[in-house]
Design a protein around this ligand. Structure first.
Ligand code: PAF
Length: 277
């Protein structure tokens, strides 16, 4: 496994690839878990060379405390990647990656006004800048993103389509712990009690799924609100899977996404499930 830190070295690697060789990118912010490794596995199956980037992107944190506390453990990540058969790891420094504060900014219309976009102002601009730069520098044939960050996935799909970027975005299913908790780097920050309370997110999603088609969406949303009397629910929304627009009642023959974000003390977690009728 080759570890690349500089952009010049990255360019050298990229230009060494033959025309027929397919490159797969798995962008990450490190603190890797089995969910990331499942993205890597999918990339390995679909491409000839896999490149994992590790970069905790300061631009996408709307809360500086969240950035400071975001788990950083490259020394643990590298052996995991090596064992999982990754070919190249790209770990740029902030100074090298952002030679200047970007002047460009992105807006994603409706997607900025709902759920993550509404609660984390500027977040998707930061994501779009880092992902655009990674795609331009690395020029992968395919890039792999988890469905746990469903709204991020949609933003990236629109970004790539709007700018005709020559890359295929491959969505990857969310991996869960046996008790249902969606895998996330932020789970590392939970103590035992918080870890138990965090199960509420997935439990609420499953409860809502069972109620779909039986109750109007507004009533389901109210019930889920009540479940969160102890934890701070930021949003629970029933939306159409692709557009992420609010679904009309009653549940019609559509695939819907149930999306949730909540704080367990100061740790913000998100989850979603996709349901077809
Ligand atoms: O999902 C993440 O880990 C990040 O948002 C990403 C896509 C690596 C961009 O920094």
């Amino acid at each position: 496994m080759q570890v690349i830190q500089g952009i010049k070295e990255l360019e050298k690697f990229r230009s060494s690839l033959g025309k027929q060789e397919q490159l797969g990118l798995v962008p990450t912010m490190g603190a890797l878990h089995a969910g990331h490794l499942s993205l890597l596995e999918k990339a390995r199956q679909q491409t000839d060379h896999t490149l994992v980037s590790i970069f905790v992107n300061p631009l996408q944190f709307n809360d500086s405390k969240d950035f400071d506390k975001y788990p950083k453990q490259v020394e643990k990540d590298l052996p995991l990647l090596e064992k999982a058969g990754c070919n190249i790891v790209f770990i740029p420094s902030v100074e090298e990656f952002y030679v200047q504060q970007p002047t460009l900014s992105f807006q994603f219309g409706y997607l900025e006004a709902i759920m993550e976009g509404y609660h984390r102002p500027g977040h998707f601009n930061g994501v779009a800048i880092v992902v655009s730069k990674l795609l331009n520098l690395i020029r992968p044939h395919k890039a792999f993103f988890g469905e746990k960050d469903l709204q991020q996935l949609r933003v990236i799909q629109y970004l790539v389509k709007d700018l005709s970027m020559p890359v295929e975005i491959v969505p990857c299913t969310t991996l869960r712990e046996p008790d249902g908790l969606a895998m996330s780097s932020r789970n590392m920050r939970l103590d035992t009690g918080q870890r138990q309370r965090a199960l509420q997110l997935n439990q609420s999603l499953r409860k809502a799924k069972d109620l779909l088609g039986k109750l109007p969406h507004s009533e389901i949303e109210e019930l889920i609100q009540k479940d969160f009397s102890a934890e701070k629910l930021e949003y629970f929304s029933i939306v159409e899977k692709m557009s992420l627009k609010k679904c009309s009642d009653p549940f019609q023959n559509k695939e819907v996404a149930l999306c949730i974000a909540a704080f367990i003390d100061e740790i913000r977690l998100i989850d979603n499930i996709i349901v077809s009728s």
